[in-house]
Design a binder for this molecule. Structure first.
Ligand code: ZN
Length: 509
């Protein structure tokens, strides 16, 4: 008797628990009254404990082992392979280390907030040292492949099977050529006027514009919604329910417009995963796919490729502005003073700056690459935590040409390391790389896409992404999917071509 259906049912219960946690988290960031914080923390901790128990239970391991002995289709085998991966990872960490990471990470995060405010690296240093040490212990438990390094074990949590060496091989040429492009634009080009981006944009008008865009690009509002938060995110709860959040700045409308399109890109990936579908079991029976790896996203890099594509390749394109310009002027009266072309150029300004989350498309990846180099060196021990500020400032000057004025604008700006999220940063740039490589393939296969956009029609693009990326869940790894769909391994070229091809004309070059 096949155990495959039992294994999928086991996964579904775990995913249902996870979706309850996600709902609690979403509520906490949007509507929960302040006073609810303590009780919410208890609810979340209880759920986290239950989920960890399920992920590491012997029953789960036994079901996986039983299925590994069965004769399965490729799809079913991929499902079991990925369940095995999750189980092995979860059971490799001792409970005591999981708890220590959570406890120390939570304190370190509090200290980081104060240290950033006080611009005081020395205050944060001992806590960062603890987090680096605990992360190394975690990496030791996970282990890494032959010829690899400790950092690989951490990267693997966010970008399965990627290695630091592979990432470096793509990042190095990208970094050099991007720095040169930014220099060329800022030194030889004519910078667009940023006035169109600072017109007065009332919050309700921005919301109306955002909803108009969501409907047009194909984010399904019958199975999703948009709310307001301080730190925007997207949460795909489960079948039929995907939540987006955004925030509004009345003096800078591109923040919400592109933030909403970014989260919608994540959201349309979640909506495109086969969560509401069934797949065939070994006995020819229909098995619900939700809760199996077949309805799960591949990696943070692939997830980010979807958000960045809608935000940048679509939202910052000339064709998109041909379509949205009139609607945007109807919403923000002052925008009509500027031409369509002036607005398009203004949303594509490249200007080296200190803060990663505010960086433009041209400089963003340089911020990420700097962090990758530094965290890799801290994990290997080549860079001591005490030397972090000096190393940061030196590399920043090299890569972005600016002198870092203080730690709050330098090495203390991101929350990631306080939590112990080492290995997370590269996925941001991997996302841009995957987006550009997919984009090149898409434009080859779907001629005239820009004409569609100019008419407000995004259906062909979304259908392509559904069919080629979303529907597979975790059946293929990120690198494997990239090769299968684009016919090539990941490289820096498509992103460089895309950025140069767009930004040079914007700068009159
Ligand atoms: Zn994102």
């Amino acid at each position: 008797m096949s155990k495959y259906a039992d294994l999928c049912a086991y996964g579904r219960k775990g995913a249902t628990l996870g979706s309850i946690g996600a709902l609690l988290g979403w509520d906490q960031e949007t509507y929960m009254p302040r006073g609810g914080g303590e009780a919410r923390a208890e609810q979340m901790a209880l759920l986290a404990g239950m989920m960890h128990e399920r992920k590491t239970a012997k029953e789960f391991g036994d079901l996986i082992s039983a299925c590994e002995g069965e004769s399965l289709s490729d799809e079913q085998a991929a499902c079991v392979r990925e369940f095995r991966r999750d189980y092995d990872k979860a059971t490799k960490l001792p409970q005591s280390l999981v708890e220590e990471l959570a406890r120390t990470g939570s304190k370190a995060q509090d200290v980081w907030k104060d240290a950033r405010k006080a611009n005081d690296f020395a205050m944060f240093q001992p806590w960062l040292e603890k987090m680096v040490d605990l992360s190394r212990q975690k990496a030791d438990c996970y282990g890494f492949g032959e010829g690899g390094e400790v950092y690989d074990a951490l990267l693997d949590e966010y970008e399965p099977n990627a290695t630091a060496r592979e990432v470096e091989a793509v990042f190095t040429p990208l970094g050099e050529k991007l720095s040169a492009l930014v220099k060329e634009l800022t030194e030889n080009g004519t910078a667009p006027d940023d006035a169109p981006t600072t017109v007065h944009a009332p919050e309700d008008r921005q919301h109306a514009l955002g909803m108009h865009v969501l409907k047009a690009i194909g984010f399904d509002l019958n199975t999703g919604r948009l709310d307001v938060t301080t730190h925007p995110f997207c949460s795909g709860f489960g079948p039929g329910d995907t939540r987006l959040t955004t925030r509004y700045d009345e003096k800078f409308f591109p923040g919400a417009l592109y933030g909403t399109m970014h989260e919608a890109g994540h959201g349309m990936y979640e909506q495109g995963l086969p969560k509401s579908k069934t797949h065939e079991g070994p006995a020819g029976d229909a098995i619900a796919t939700f809760g199996t790896p077949l309805a799960d996203s591949i990696s943070l890099g692939i997830h980010e490729s979807q958000s960045r594509m809608w935000e940048n390749m679509v939202g910052r394109s000339r064709a998109f502005w041909s379509w949205i310009y009139k609607e945007a002027c109807d919403q923000f009266a002052e925008l009509g003073k500027f031409s369509e072309d002036e607005v398009y150029r203004a949303v594509n300004i490249v200007r080296p700056s200190f803060i990663r989350v505010e960086a433009d498309e041209g400089t963003y990846n340089l911020h990420v690459m700097l962090r990758f180099g530094i965290e890799r060196a801290m994990i290997s021990g080549d860079l001591s935590v005490a030397d972090l500020p000096g190393a940061w400032n030196e590399r920043f000057k090299q890569m972005l040409g600016l002198d870092v004025p203080d730690h709050a604008n330098g090495c203390l700006q991101d929350v990631h390391w306080s939590f112990g999220l080492f290995g997370y940063f590269p996925t941001y740039t991997l996302g841009n790389l995957y987006a550009a490589q997919l984009w090149k393939t898409i434009n080859g296969q779907l001629p005239g896409l820009e004409d569609d956009f100019a008419k407000g029609d995004f259906g062909r693009l979304l259908a392509w992404l559904n069919e080629n990326v979303h529907t597979h869940g975790r059946r293929y790894g990120a690198g494997e999917l990239c090769e299968k769909v684009t016919g090539a391994t990941l490289s820096a070229e498509p992103l460089l071509e895309y950025l140069g091809g767009k930004l040079r004309p914007v700068y009159g070059l």
